[in-house]
Design a protein around this ligand. Structure first.
Ligand code: ZN
Length: 437
């Protein structure tokens, strides 16, 4: 899946009372360049601070319950979840938000006013690829009969089960693909809710000062919402989805996964995000720390049985990982490589096109290892989005990672990345076709 980063087209502002502090607050949104992320700028007389709503800046949910709050030594911003939910679902990756006050305005208790303000600002595509974390294997956490599960999926999909036995809410289930259109229509209008019995304890904790029966659905166990009506029959479960997205936004980039929440709240959601963050870091480290030694999967003589390349054009020393969808090869680049004689005398740099060729050879192994393709050849049909990021010099170990994106008949689409010391030096996408002779 390819997407571009987005920001807003022009500055807009919105104000209202904080649901918990009851204080008047104002947000002013400004467009921001690619890779800025979501950034809050607090302008509060003497106090100035900048903070990103990311999991690393999350404040303890036990200390600040019933909301998502971010902060560091200088700044605290409370109840960011509805705003973040709207930005994330409307796929706004970059925006600068000036805030006057300590809490995002509660407005009508839903994310809808934030969607409206984003639409009023207009959406602008930026010429930069959106960062996407792809969940490749199921991830889950489970505690006290609440659960979150993430399953592989091409796009973000959220399912949620809410359960309030012995109340008029009962059990509710909802499931949506989260596109801006679906979110705006089905999720954003859903308002926050609490049970009537929770009001007293919440007030005692000093919370809910800006809440009323209009912006919060106060549920009578038997009769449903007090002094109010549901916007959807299952508005509460939809609001839980909205909140879950607000917490997912703390991950800091788009997640391609089907995420299923079962009775999970902020504390559980954010624990889950921490776990995913750990996996994301580990993925980076996995490749960074891989200095392959010891047993290879395939040595040169085995590689030569699969692809026809020979010295001086065989650019893979060993295949260290190989399955149906992925191959990782290595090439130890020495001072004695033939191409350094002329590229360039006195300043040896490996030609970028040969790194592409090396990735293609690993791709060839990936495609031709299959029994039905043995003895055949793989030709390039196209290469695209090739980027040369760093120079490769004598002494570098090239790690060549090639993944199969799609295969149909004799044609395969592959993505290659070449790493040196954990950094990508070259990347690109290729189409190859298998030919019989
Ligand atoms: Zn909420």
């Amino acid at each position: 899946m390819e997407k571009s980063q987005r920001t807003i087209e022009r500055s807009v502002e919105i104000e209202g009372l904080g649901l918990h502090t009851g204080e008047k607050t104002r947000l002013i949104f400004h467009p921001a360049p690619a890779d800025t992320g979501i950034v809050f700028m607090k302008k509060d007389g003497s106090q100035n601070g900048v903070i990103k709503p990311v999991i690393e800046n999350l404040l303890d949910t036990a200390k600040f319950p019933r909301r998502t709050s971010i902060g560091d030594e200088g700044v605290q911003i409370h109840t960011v979840e509805h705003l973040l939910s709207a930005l994330y679902s409307m796929e706004i990756d970059n925006v600068l938000i000036e805030i006057e006050g300590n809490e995002c305005p509660g407005l009508d208790g839903s994310a809808r006013p934030f969607v409206e303000i984003i639409k009023k600002a207009g959406i602008k595509q930026l010429n930069k690829k959106k960062n996407i974390f792809v969940v490749k294997e199921p991830i889950y956490i489970s505690e006290n009969n609440t659960h979150i599960i993430a399953l592989p999926s091409d796009e973000l999909k959220i399912s949620y089960i809410l359960d309030y036995p012995e109340t008029s809410l009962g059990s509710q289930y909802a499931s949506y693909s989260i596109t801006p259109e679906i979110y705006e229509k089905e999720i954003a209008p859903a308002r926050t809710f609490c049970l009537k019995e929770e009001i007293e304890p919440l007030k005692k904790m000093g919370l809910g000062k800006g809440s009323d029966y209009k912006n919060t659905l106060v549920i009578d166990k038997d009769k449903g919402p007090i002094d109010n009506q549901f916007r959807f029959k299952d508005e509460p479960v939809r609001h839980k989805i909205s909140d879950l997205i607000g917490d997912i936004a703390l991950f800091g980039c788009y997640i391609a996964a089907h995420i299923i929440g079962i009775k999970s709240g902020h504390a559980m959601n954010t624990r889950f995000i921490r776990k995913m963050k750990g996996l994301q870091e580990k993925e980076k480290i996995d490749i960074r720390d891989k200095v392959y030694s010891g047993d290879g999967v395939l040595y040169a003589e085995d590689i030569c049985k699969i692809i026809p390349h020979r010295y001086p054009f065989l650019l893979v020393d060993r295949i260290v990982e190989l399955n149906d969808n992925k191959a990782v090869g290595i090439k130890n680049v020495s001072m004695n490589e033939w191409f350094f004689q002329g590229h360039f005398p006195g300043k040896p740099i490996m030609p970028g096109v040969l790194i592409v060729e090396a990735m293609a050879q690993v791709g060839g192994v990936l495609m031709l290892q299959k029994d039905e393709n043995r003895g055949k050849l793989a030709y390039f049909m196209s290469i695209e989005q090739v980027k040369f990021r760093k120079a490769v010099r004598p002494g570098c170990q090239l790690i060549l990672q090639v993944e199969l994106l799609k295969s149909k008949g004799k044609v395969a689409r592959l993505e290659g990345k070449a790493f040196v010391d954990g950094s990508v030096v070259t990347e690109g996408k290729f189409m190859s076709t298998i030919v019989d002779e």
